[in-house]
Design a protein around this ligand. Sequence first.
Ligand SMILES: NC(=O)c1ccc[n+]([C@@H]2O[C@H](COP(=O)([O-])OP(=O)(O)OC[C@H]3O[C@@H](n4cnc5c(N)ncnc54)[C@H](O)[C@@H]3O)[C@@H](O)[C@H]2O)c1
Length: 286
Amino acid sequence: MSELKTVGIVGFGRLGQYLVNELLTNGAKWGLKLGFVWNRTASQQLYDSCGDSNLVLEELSQFDRYAVDLIVEVSHPVVIQEFGTKFVNHCDLMIGSPSCLADKHLEESLLLASNKSNRTVFIPSGALWGGNDIRKMSTRNTLKGLSITMHFHPDSLKLDGELKSLNDSILDKPITLYKGPVRQVCSLAPNNVNTMAAAAIAGYTLGFDGTVGCLIADPNLKDYHKIEIEVTGPSNVANNCRFSVSTTRLSPSMGNSAVTSMATFASFLSSLLNANKHMGKGFQLC
Ligand SMILES: NC(=O)c1ccc[n+]([C@@H]2O[C@H](COP(=O)([O-])OP(=O)(O)OC[C@H]3O[C@@H](n4cnc5c(N)ncnc54)[C@H](O)[C@@H]3O)[C@@H](O)[C@H]2O)c1
């Protein structure tokens, strides 16, 4: 049997815990093993879950002491801001918080690092439905419009500034917190709009400036995260009929404060298994 690929997990929140448990339990049958786990605070729960204290990375700046093939970030966009290019110089990278890529400078630095090191930067589809179809349309230059509307319970939203005040003011009716280009909302709600960012990357011909994001806080949406995706393509000049696709994804969440809905955990795991293969330089949806 060929050697197991080694995976480092950066972040030990709900997604990180789920992935660590899957790697420890089932990794070998998928050709994967856990290389390290890092969290902002290394709790006893982290040590207990890893079983072996050597698997706990205490200082993220020392990640390169571990010979890992792939690092999976499931923490916060700021971690990719600080360490993303360093990770890519060392191994493949899967970015769980792709809202960080709204920063053009960071996107360019990651691409440059990937080109130099011939490592892959994987973007998991996460909660994005139909990402590969959107990408195909982009590649054929037939993607004309893309909009993503994300509805969350107000307690699921991790916001700052003006959006936080608006969200805090909600009583019993839904409020649209933002509608406009995805690029701007990524810095306003970085933890909650990763699906919009993944869509902007899938639909790269429209990208962060041409993809429209709408963020709605809905106090009545207690047990689900709801995502609506609207795609438009070219019209048939003969009869003026336009290509369009609309999807609605209703995914149950564990409690009102969860930023990740339940089906998204399994989607992340599938993305991790897709990222098992090194795909060469550049960004790859997985
Ligand atoms: N791509 C997608 O479609 C998608 C879907 C769901 C979640 N996500 C993202 O994946 C990440 C993890 O999700 P989760 O459900 O595990 O969230 P979570 O809130 O349960 O866990 C987040 C973890 O990151 C850590 N963290 C938070 N801020 C940090 C910071 N500034 N620096 C370092 N560490 C920090 C926390 O301590 C925690 O361990 C989040 O960024 C989330 O937005 C992406």
